[in-house]
Design a protein around this ligand. Sequence first.
Ligand SMILES: [Zn+2]
Length: 113
Amino acid sequence: MHEMGIAQNILEIALEAAKREGATKISRIDLVAGELRGLVPMQMTFCFGIVAQNTIASSAYLNIEETPVTAHCDDCSADFKVEEYKYLCPKCSSAKVQVTGGSELRVKDIEIE
Ligand SMILES: [Zn+2]
């Protein structure tokens, strides 16, 4: 389950940020995850609950914001959203497209007390 490793990473980032702020508790973590990451929010929440045990983030709510897959067309320079894994330009139907977004994974914000 790759969610466990990701949850561990997120926890470390959040704890580090909380430490800098001198926080005693993390109440919420806003996570941005690209659709290509294929994260299952329920599994993420579950794994996070395990890795965060006995830390100041143990009762933090994990808010996952999924970002769409985006691509750029090499033929007509259009930028578009890829839906249902159709890697074709919606403007000119070209298949010469480059994926430009959808694989990001970062902690956007944390709420501390
Ligand atoms: Zn195009």
